[in-house]
Design a protein around this ligand. Structure first.
Ligand code: KIV
Ligand code: ZN
Length: 523
């Protein structure tokens, strides 16, 4: 199956987790994480991976190039603004792929046209020039009129026609601000297909944002009207309310194939694994009641539901947990479980570990099992979420001691190993977490501002692990840190230290990792 397959019922899945998703503030991934996610996307049958925005930074360029070199079956696409330099840079990165694609775009709505201050004619000329340039470099060119759903219809017809004539092979229609609604989304695609000369020679794509919670519905409506490419992200990751969620459109087309007779090339049993990995590396946890991949999506707690489920699973289940890769067993291990059992269970959960990594996880698993009798799958996932890059960490928590309660002030004593040297301090704070964070601030000089501090109980019971996510920003660099522990204050401290370690790495790489331009910088 190819990305340009025109079989009537085949819908091409274009994943933009690594571009639109990763652009979401705080979701920044490391180079290694991007390569790992790209390999999982390729493996699950994603037709096209939008791997990044090569002009944005050295880091983005290197990630796209490397993903292009490693790709097995997916088309590898890079994003470029409507500028010749952007397009050249994009080509330099994607050209290593067996099947490269250049995706170039320009904002066509009145509000977006005002930014580069181009008249309609000047913009039309720019589109012709840039799409032609892209097509001269690459056979596979996607063009997007950004904010298409707020662009005057007659102008949209005109520019889409120009892009087709200039050599675009896919025309993507973005609902950039999540403004459209299902009927309108369908109408727009139908009108474009009907009225634009050459429309039958290209694939129309739909790219929806979820600001009004309609991204999935809008994407499916577009498909019913003739679009044959859906742009989406894992877990719906993306700026603001995110993008269309891959898992939702794929499962909707599968489960309701009776009324939406379209197929994708996605192996749906790989969904849970990649969802967990994306949640981990992006630092954006999946909400419990999120469709398909939420923790509660297949949980049946009320008595009536459980009774019905025991008699016949179809009573309350429209898809089987195994269809999305959710395995049945839950209680998994205890303190007597060995290393081989841990490796095998982690493999079931989709984590392939090298020997050194396994050694590290096993030590942490044993420490957890000493404190917690029953270890559940969710505990193991939380364990995997904690810093795995520990060996290279410049800051390590050696010990901490916290005094908290009704007597003021709350106090923390802490020793950190910083670049091999031991440093200790004692600080007070507004509660035990605040006191602990004050210790870190006293020991490690930084100006990063804490943007997010989030705590979740992994399982039930008072001995449950807490997973903590923190996100901080320093000088435009946003980093996240996660940790899990049965002690919430320890988990919080480790998450903060994890984020700081990542910040130190980012500081060292400044210039190579910091985004120089955003896709919003139109000039
Ligand atoms: O939402 C949007 O318009 C985009 C474009 C760059 C395609 O992401
Ligand atoms: Zn977008």
């Amino acid at each position: 199956m190819t990305d340009t397959d025109k079989t009537q019922d085949r819908v091409v899945i274009f994943d933009t987790t690594l571009r639109d998703g990763e652009q979401s503030p705080g979701a920044t991934m490391t180079h290694a994480e991007k390569l790992e996610i790209a390999a999982l996307l390729d493996d699950m049958g994603v037709d096209i991976i939008e791997a990044g925005f090569p002009i944005a930074s050295e880091g983005d360029f290197n990630a796209v190039s490397e993903i292009a070199k490693n790709a097995k079956t997916s088309v590898i696409c890079g994003l470029a603004r409507a500028q010749l330099g952007d397009i050249d840079r994009c080509w330099e990165a994607v050209k290593h792929a067996e099947r490269p694609r250049i995706h170039t775009f320009i904002g066509t709505s009145p509000l977006h046209r005002a930014i580069p201050n181009l008249t309609k004619d000047e913009m039309a000329e720019r589109i012709e020039q840039t799409v032609t340039h892209a097509r001269n470099l690459c056979d596979n060119v996607q063009w997007s009129p950004m904010d298409a759903t707020r662009t005057e219809l007659d102008y949209l017809y005109r520019v889409v026609e120009i892009a087709i004539k200039s050599g675009a092979t896919t025309i993507n229609i973005p609902d950039t601000v999540g403004y459209t609604a299902p009927r309108e989304s369908a109408d727009l695609i139908a009108k474009l297909i009907e009225n634009v000369p050459g429309a039958d020679e290209v694939i129309f794509a739909t790219h929806c944002h979820n600001d009004l919670g309609m991204a999935t519905a809008n994407s499916l409506a577009a498909v019913e009207a003739g679009a044959r490419q859906i742009e989406c992200t894992i877990n719906g990751l993306g700026e603001r309310a995110g993008n269309t969620a891959l898992e939702e459109v794929v499962m909707a087309l599968k489960v309701r194939n009776d009324i939406m007779p379209f197929r994708t090339g996605i192996d749906s049993t790989k969904i849970m694994n990649i969802s967990r990995r994306v949640a981990t590396v992006s630092g954006f946890p999946v909400q419990f009641n999120k469709a398909i991949v939420g923790k509660n999506a297949f949980a049946h707690e009320s008595g009536i539901h459980q009774d019905g489920m025991l008699k016949n699973a179809e009573t309350f289940e429209i898809m089987r947990p195994e269809d999305v890769g959710l395995t049945e067993t839950n209680i998994v291990m205890g303190k007597h479980s060995g290393r081989a059992a841990l490796r095998s269970k982690l493999e079931d959960l989709g984590y392939e570990l090298g020997d050194n990594q396994l050694k590290d996880v096993f030590v942490r698993f044993k420490a957890l099992a000493d404190r917690k009798k029953e270890i559940y799958e969710d505990d193991l996932i939380a364990l995997m979420r904690t810093a795995t890059d520990a060996e290279e960490d410049r800051i390590k928590l050696t010990s901490m001691h916290v005094i908290c309660g009704t007597e003021e002030p709350n106090r923390a004593r802490m020793t950190l190993d910083i670049d091999g040297q031991s440093h200790s301090t004692e600080q007070t704070g507004d509660g035990p977490v605040d006191a602990s964070f004050n210790c870190i601030k006293a020991l490690v000089e930084h100006t990063a501002r804490l943007q997010l501090y989030q705590v979740h109980a992994v399982t039930e019971g008072t001995d449950a692990q807490a997973t903590v996510s923190v996100r901080m920003e320093e000088d435009g660099r946003i980093v996240t840190g996660q940790s899990a522990d049965t002690d919430t204050v320890v988990a919080s401290t480790r998450a903060y230290v994890h984020a700081l370690n990542r910040l130190l790495v980012r500081r060292e790489k400044t210039g190579s990792d910091k985004r120089e331009v955003s896709y919003k910088d139109v000039s």
